[in-house]
Design a protein around this ligand. Structure first.
Ligand SMILES: [Cu+2]
Length: 277
């Protein structure tokens, strides 16, 4: 009985599978190293820090990925069907402990390294003199409000919300602080100055997302969520909504125009003049 060799397998399927695995690893490496379909460059100091952290994570997990896949391809080939008898194994406890501990250390370590960037965005205080802008999401537009020359945002009354009469935010007509508020469909900010956005929603959950800022923040009804950043270069950047907020979600976007200080002041003056009319 025991000595009879039967069904000695062909090497072809194992070799083919190993080659497919190698090709997958090779093409994955190529697209990451060539940065095909990569994200646009960051434009804030925190954005660069996030990118560095992302790159570190990618390198560490990339090395593990490549080694694991190469080992898999080699195993597939080495242990292919020779017609040998399969035998049962209970695994290796020492190895299990080593790779579970290594995974834990890598994940917790990367997380700990990332806390600085995370903390700057979410817990770092806002510098005095930061420009405050209120951001409101509503199906399916963004609206931006500046306090105007008095530096104070006017009161908002939900009953007064009516985009058809030019009051999409529901500014209280009886509040003098709101008279000079600037309400616009695009975000204008000066370069090299700290900006604090106060993010709101009028209806469902939206998400304020600008790729170049590396910031994505949910707009939640009933909450005012502050975020802050400082842009290092002028330019036009797209703001999209990043939560599936309804049928028109796909076209919910606006632009962020980063202007030089002089251009921004000019823009502000123009808006104020329009308000005064
Ligand atoms: Cu939305």
């Amino acid at each position: 009985m025991g000595s009879r060799k039967s069904n000695a397998g062909s090497a072809a399927p194992a070799v083919l599978l190993a080659i497919v695995i190698l090709l997958l690893v090779g093409s994955t490496l190529y697209f990451h190293i060539a940065k095909t379909w990569w994200f646009p460059p960051a434009i804030t100091p925190v954005g660069h820090e996030i990118d560095q952290q992302f790159f570190l994570t990618l390198v560490v997990t990339g090395i593990v990925f490549v080694l694991a896949q190469l080992a898999l391809a080699w195993m597939v080939f080495k242990y292919r069907d020779h017609g040998q008898k399969a035998h049962f194994t209970r695994g290796n406890h020492a190895l299990e402990v080593i790779w579970t501990t290594a995974t834990l250390v890598i994940f917790v370590g990367l997380g700990a390294l990332a806390t600085h960037a995370w903390g700057q965005v979410h817990f770092g205080g806002v510098e005095p003199g930061a420009l405050q802008v209120e951001v409101t999401g509503v199906q399916f537009t963004w609206t931006f409000r500046y306090p105007g020359p008095d530096g104070k945002f006017g009161k908002i009354v939900p009953a007064d919300i009516d985009a058809s009469v030019g009051n999409p935010l529901g500014l209280d007509p009886n509040d003098p602080a709101g008279k000079d508020d600037i309400v616009v469909p695009d975000l204008y900010v000066p370069v090299n100055q700290q900006i604090e956005l106060m993010i709101r929603s009028q209806d469902v959950i939206h998400s304020f997302f600008v790729r170049e800022l590396r910031i994505k923040q949910d707009a939640v009804p009933g909450l005012i969520v502050p975020i802050h950043f400082r842009v290092e270069q002028t330019g036009d950047y797209e703001i999209t909504c990043n939560q599936l907020c309804g049928l028109g979600h796909y076209h919910m976007h606006a632009m962020m125009h980063v202007l030089s200080q002089a251009d921004f002041e000019q823009w502000e003056k123009k808006q104020e003049a329009q308000n005064a009319q």
